[in-house]
Design a protein around this ligand. Structure first.
Ligand code: UGA
Length: 439
């Protein structure tokens, strides 16, 4: 089988490389010449564990190729995945110009039957807009070539995307013909070894599933953050409450960790887009609106604690900050809580010296010399009046506190991810603030 993946961003590249791993011939298309040049040499433009090894293997075996020429790229393919970006426009709804632009180009160049699959996260109804765009181009050419559209949302987590793709919890595919279903079944067969389902449904339901999944996950987080804040007020410990409720299999013990609010390129954008879609249909999604508000507030929770400790004026105060990316194992800074925290602390006059295992370059690109950049976690806390933990990278979990004692001005930690034990912190003489467990 031959497939084409259009867009070599994080979703497109993982999709292409993982399909190639099964022996399928994959052509990846992107308009960015430089990126394509790099990919041809096996250079991965993003940080995603395992992706480089798989890419190199597929290049060596000749199962994957890269081009900027869409016409050539789709020539022999049975299925074309559209995985280009859908950035939010000013009002929060997804901007479809890239998706529909690609659809039109496919319509201009296709010569035989193809399944055209929307992989990007798109509002309900978009796959039918893709269909209309392709049909329009075919009719402009005065040709009748059969094709099908399909929706195939991704559920990849940054940092474990390769594993998520190769061993999915489920695969959701929205189709409207048996012919397309057959192609999709064949493509995904190699990924069903773990017995998890390949779910076929109508296209509207498939598109909706993606938004409902991310919104449900975001709801769990905001709910837990709200409960954590209340725990502090009533004198409860959210760690225990989390275990107490998570043991109920109807609730589950995953995704109920409080923190500094959810970030990344998906949850904030998708929650916002679903709220917008509902508003357009005259239905107000009250729960999700609250989820957004709670998340907005949560990004300031650490700064509130810092202000409560030091007062509103932080001039001359030095902070060491650990973790910049929106979560561990990625260099993605999109909607990262660290950016809000840095902004607020700087506005109060603080100095910040930060360290992240992989997101230093990306942060420097965004923040320039607004903060200082440390060479490692210990370098970040030299003469610091406090350490602020923002992202729970594994290497921050067991620091040598003797070194911290020597380097820092004060034994003071603000932990936005609850990675240390409050009891142990007390024992070694630290003033320790965390989320939802100041008991
Ligand atoms: C998310 C979904 O988990 C994926 O299933 C989905 O495919 C992806 O969005 C997408 O739409 O492309 P991702 O954004 O990579 O994946 O990150 P997550 O691991 O889900 O974390 C999202 C945010 O929630 C992070 O800021 C994380 O720190 C926060 N989080 C997560 C918590 O605060 N508490 C938790 O218990 C779990």
């Amino acid at each position: 089988m031959n497939i084409t993946v259009i867009g070599t961003g994080y979703v497109g590249l993982v999709t292409g490389v993982c399909f190639a791993e099964t022996g399928i011939n994959v052509v990846c298309v992107d308009i960015d010449e430089k990126k394509i040049e790099k990919l041809r040499k096996g250079e991965v433009p993003i940080y995603e564990p395992g992706l480089d090894v798989l890419l190199e293997r597929s290049i060596d075996k000749g199962r994957i190729s890269f081009t900027t020429n869409l016409k050539k790229g789709i020539k022999d393919s049975d299925a074309v995945f559209i995985a280009v970006g859908t950035p939010p426009d000013e009002d929060g709804s997804a901007d479809l110009k890239y998706v529909l632009g690609v659809a039109r180009e496919i319509g201009q160049h296709m010569e035989d039957y193809k399944v055209i699959i929307t992989k990007s996260t798109v509002p309900v109804g978009t796959s039918y807009k893709v269909k209309a765009a392709v049909e329009e181009e075919l009719s402009n050419r005065n040709v009748r070539i059969p094709f099908d559209v399909a929706s195939n949302p991704e559920f990849l987590k940054e940092g474990s995307a390769v594993d998520d793709f190769l061993k999915p919890d489920r695969i959701v595919v929205g189709v409207e013909s048996k012919r397309a279903e057959k192609v999709m079944r064949k493509l995904y067969k190699p990924f069903l070894m773990n017995g998890h389902p390949l779910l076929f449904m109508d296209i509207f339901s498939s598109e909706m599933t993606k938004y409902a999944a991310n919104s449900m996950l975001a709801t769990k987080i905001s709910f837990m953050n709200d409960i954590a804040n209340l725990c502090e007020l009533v004198g409860a410990n959210v760690d225990l409450v989390r275990k107490g409720i998570g043991s109920d299999s109807r609730i589950g013990n995953k995704f109920i960790y409080p923190g500094t609010g959810y970030g990344g390129s998906c949850f904030p954008k998708d929650v916002q887009a679903l709220v917008r879609t509902a508003d357009e249909y005259g239905h107000s999604l009250e729960v999700l609106k609250a989820v957004e508000n709670v998340n907005y507030r949560q990004k300031s929770v650490l700064v509130e604690k810092i202000k409560a400790h030091f007062g509103d004026n932080l001039k001359g105060k030095q902070f060491g900050l650990w973790g910049l990316s929106f979560k561990p194992k990625t260099d993605d800074m999109r909607e990262a809580p660290s950016l809000v925290i840095i902004d607020q602390l700087k506005a109060l006059g603080a100095n910040i010296r930060a360290y992240d295992p992989v997101a230093m370059e990306e942060t420097q690109r965004i923040l320039g010399d607004k903060i200082e950049y440390a060479k490692d976690e210990y370098d970040a806390i030299i003469e610091a009046d406090a350490l602020i933990v923002v992202t729970e990278w594994s290497e921050f979990r067991m620091p040598n506190f003797r070194i911290l004692d020597k380097l820092m001005n004060e034994k003071l930690i603000f932990d936005g991810r609850n990675i240390y034990d409050p009891e142990e912190m007390r024992e070694i003489g630290y003033t320790y603030y965390s989320i939802g467990r100041n008991v």
